[in-house]
Design a protein around this ligand. Structure first.
Ligand code: F6R
Length: 240
């Protein structure tokens, strides 16, 4: 695992943008695994700027998102479909047929998403945020690691954390469909960004703790190419 600390949250997130841009530069038909939430926004802003300046081109890039809420229409501004449209898809020359987000409630929908990832040749670089409880891609703490794309029941902590996007915690969907840990681990390279004091424990447990499904991100200790980018607050416990 590589671990890099930045003075500001913005710098940590922009560094993730650098790694994604490098991947796009080196392989024009790369498969990107993308995340939503507050953390990746500066990385997407950087990608949009480099696209506008002609530095990177998305014409042949394929993307797979980690997750989507269940029970929210894709046109709803709070859906992850809408989030991606607003922050990246609507601003660069990605082809509509090349962008993918999981959706649906059935096991079939999950298996079909896994198959799409496989037939694209697998994910070259997977961007991740991290939940306060150590979740990645909404794979919540559990007794076992999950493998493929599946329906998850969001943890109370995640519902509380995401209530900031909704009018109240009551409106946060209780379920999401998520690419499982297996798909994340199969990515050729993983870039996890963690910012803010409330991620410090999750960062410490991910890097220094035991590998356990109770801290889903801890499995990244076994990934052959995992880069963790954190700001000073999120890395506080690593210095003690
Ligand atoms: C979203 C996702 C989640 C978030 C996590 C952190 O696609 O996969 O695991 O990365 O909940 O969210 P933020 O960045 O809003 O703190």
């Amino acid at each position: 695992m590589e671990f890099h600390v930045y003075e500001s949250a913005r710098a940590a997130c922009e560094a993730a943008g650098v790694l994604l841009a490098a991947q796009i530069t080196r392989k024009g038909d790369s498969v990107l695994g993308l995340a939503t939430g507050s953390t990746p926004i500066p990385a997407y802003e950087m990608l949009v700027q480099w696209y506008e300046r002609g530095v990177i081109d998305f014409d042949r890039i394929r993307t797979f998102n980690l997750d989507e809420y269940v029970g929210i229409d894709h046109k709803n501004p709070l859906s992850y479909h809408a989030f991606m449209q607003e922050h990246l898809f609507g601003k660069v020359n990605l082809r509509a047929e090349n962008v993918h987000l999981p959706s649906g409630r059935s096991a079939m929908a999950g298996a079909a998403y896994d198959e799409k990832i496989r037939s694209a040749g697998g994910i070259d670089i997977q961007l991740l945020g991290i939940g306060r409880n150590g979740h990645i891609g909404f794979n919540e703490p559990a007794e076992e690691f999950t493998y493929g794309t599946h329906i998850v029941t969001l943890a109370k902590d995640t519902i509380e954390a995401n209530a900031r996007f909704f009018r109240s915690a009551d409106e946060v969907p209780r379920q999401a469909i998520s690419m499982g840990i297996g798909n994340i681990m199969a990515a050729k390279c993983v870039v996890l960004v963690a910012t803010g004091e409330n991620k410090a424990e999750a960062v410490y447990n991910t890097i220094r703790g035991p590998i356990t499904p109770h801290v889903p991100a801890s499995i990244l200790q076994l990934h052959p190419c995992c880069v963790i980018l954190a700001d000073r607050e999120a890395s506080r416990l690593m210095r003690e």
